[in-house]
Design a protein around this ligand. Structure first.
Ligand code: FES
Length: 106
C-alpha cells in the first residue's frame, strides 16, 4: 500500500505500508513532516488534517459526526477535500492514496 504526501513546500514523501495503517500514523512513523496527530488518532484534535486528492475522495468511508466537527476547528482552512488523516485507513481495499498537507496543523 502506498501513501503519497505532498508538502506545501513542494516536497513529496512516499510511504509504503505493509499492514493496514492510518494516513496519520504512517506519516508519524516514517518521519513525514506536516502531520502532528496530537490526540493519537481519536478524531479529537484535527492536527492530522489532510486534503485528499479528488481521485481518492469517493473511495473513502463517509465521515463520522466527530470527524466533521473536528474539521470545522482545524487550524488550516477546511475544503471539500478535507479529512482527518487518522480516520483514513490504508489497507487491501484502499491500497493507494495521495494527500496534500495543509500549511499548518496548530
Ligand atoms: Fe487527532 Fe486525527 S490524530 S484527530
Amino acid at each position: 500500500a502506498k501513501i503519497t504526501y505532498n508538502h506545501p513546500d513542494g516536497s513529496t514523501y512516499a510511504v509504503n505500508a505493509n499492514d493496514p495503517v492510518s494516513v496519520m500514523l504512517a506519516a508519524l512513523v516514517n518521519n513525514v513532516p506536516g502531520i502532528v496527530g496530537e490526540c493519537g488518532g481519536n478524531a479529537m484534535c484535527a492536527t492530522c488534517h489532510v486534503y485528499v486528492r479528488s481521485d481518492y475522495l469517493d473511495r473513502l468511508p463517509t465521515m463520522s459526526d466527530d470527524e466533521d466537527e473536528m474539521l470545522d476547528g482545524a487550524a488550516a482552512q477546511r475544503t471539500e477535500r478535507s479529512r482527518l488523516g487518522c480516520q483514513i485507513v490504508i489497507d487491501d481495499e484502499l491500497d493507494e492514496i495521495v494527500v496534500d498537507l495543509p500549511p499548518t496543523q496548530l
